[in-house]
Design a binder for this molecule. Structure first.
Ligand code: PLP
Length: 420
């Protein structure tokens, strides 16, 4: 066994296999619109919008101005006990008004992993409050990604994200169900017993698992199964929320009425850390009963509802609305589908293309590695990302022009021609 210890910068690339990335990291120094620039001066088209977050593009001056103005007024004040800040109040009202869940309450925190922890804990507290104390298991789906806090690690459907914590992982009462298989889900519910299940978490379109849009009717059937069995239906809209699928939320696209929705990334387009949970009335009301015995849902953090993040989110929502960017993603979806169909027709190495909103996945045959294609794309000025299933991620910012999208797919075609 090689025992040589590698040296490198103080910053640990903790999501990566260190020997594979050390010395190869691209230092990103600047961004503008749909492009980012490396410290070495290379310009790259951001074909993934970073980690599916930079929906309005990079370095927008309005968001910088909103952050500056808020910091000069008040950086933040925590939401603890009797304290709250005006920005968190205003953002929660705005999100409630645009939410697919009627009359919701909003819990604001600092990101997607955080939102998942809140949603799973709240699901359990909901059933305890209802006197159904055995309902504690959280179901999730094979290939799911829900972040890497304790609950996200435990419910991860990508096995490598649970590595080192055992199959039962950090939180004992979780269980993965096979993807897109209603009968298998019914069998798991019957095996565990609905009296022991608190909720199921699902991405409307699986992202990191390979961009997997749901089969027609699948999510509606899962929602109905949840209703029939008193299981909370929790939709993880961390990627899909705020316009990625041509509606503000994918719940609208698929006609769903979840009990909880988690969101993050697109709420600020990544300009400041923020996430949260939209909570349906039957879940929040027991915590609002005017009685000494009313329980507390104790989940708080210093940066929950951070005032500067909330001010940035408001400016981001203004831009989405002012420029009609959500309807623009619907147009981009149509173009993306046509482009990827052509790509698939042209290249034998493309075994499948999947599109759901302005979100695409290109799966390649075993002889062409998505990692190697992504590396070569960087060499010619484009960013994609290898996902599970030897798949390339396509999810540029919403401000992408038709010409830029066509050039991006052409670049993929060029690299595939070289690799085939
Ligand atoms: N849920 C989904 C569906 C995600 O894609 C992600 C991140 O990619 C998360 C949760 C975790 O979000 P964050 O990275 O902001 O903690």
């Amino acid at each position: 066994m090689n025992t040589k210890i590698l040296d490198g910068p103080a910053l640990w690339p903790a999501q990566a296999h260190v020997p594979s990335v050390l010395g190869r990291q691209l230092v990103i120094e600047r961004g503008e619109g749909s492009y980012i620039y490396t410290a070495a001066g290379q310009k790259l088209f951001d074909g993934t919008a970073g980690l599916w977050h930079a929906n309005i593009g990079h370095s927008h001056p309005d968001l910088a101005a909103a952050a500056r103005a808020q910091m000069l007024k008040l950086e933040t004040y925590h939401i603890f006990a009797r304290f709250v800040n005006d920005q968190a109040l205003a953002l929660a009202d705005r999100l409630a008004a645009m939410s697919p869940i009627a009359d919701p309450k909003l819990i604001l925190n600092s990101g997607g992993s955080d939102a998942i922890d809140v949603a799973c804990k709240l699901a359990r507290r909901h059933w305890q409050r209802a006197g159904r104390t055995t309902k504690s298991v959280i179901l999730s789906r094979e290939f799911a990604y829900h972040g890497l806090h304790a609950y996200g690690t435990s419910i991860a459907g990508l096995e490598f994200n649970r590595e080192g914590y055992g199959t039962e992982s950090l939180v004992p009462e979780t269980r993965r169900v096979p993807v897109d298989d209603v009968d298998a889900l019914k069998a798991v519910i019957a095996e565990i017993g609905p009296e022991n299940i608190a909720g199921i978490v699902t991405e409307p379109i699986q992202g990191t698992g390979g961009v997997n849009p749901p089969p027609p009717g699948y999510l509606q059937t899962v929602q109905q199964l949840c209703r029939d069995n008193d299981i909370l239906f929790m939709l993880d809209e961390v990627i899909t929320g705020f316009g990625r699928t041509g509606s503000m939320f994918a719940a609208e696209r698929y006609g769903l009425q979840p009990d909880l929705i988690t969101f993050a990334k697109g709420v600020t387009s990544g300009y400041a850390p923020l996430g949260g949970v939209i909570v349906a009335p039957h879940v929040w009301q027991p915590f609002y009963v005017d009685d000494d015995a009313t329980p507390v849902f104790r989940h708080g953090a210093t940066y929950a509802g951070h005032a500067t993040s909330c001010a940035v989110a408001m400016a981001n929502l203004d831009i989405l609305e002012r420029h009609g960017l959500v309807s623009r993603t619907a147009e981009l979806e149509t173009l993306l589908r046509a482009q990827l169909d052509q790509l698939s027709a042209k290249h034998s190495s493309v075994v499948d293309v999947r599109v759901g909103g302005f979100l695409g996945g290109v799966s390649l045959s075993d002889d062409v590695r998505a990692e190697s294609v992504a590396d070569k794309l960087i060499d010619i000025g484009f960013i994609s990302r290898p996902l599970r299933g030897n798949t390339l991620q396509i999810s540029p910012p919403f401000i992408t022009t038709d010409g830029e999208l066509v050039r991006f797919v052409d670049a993929i075609s060029q690299v595939l021609s070289e690799e085939e």
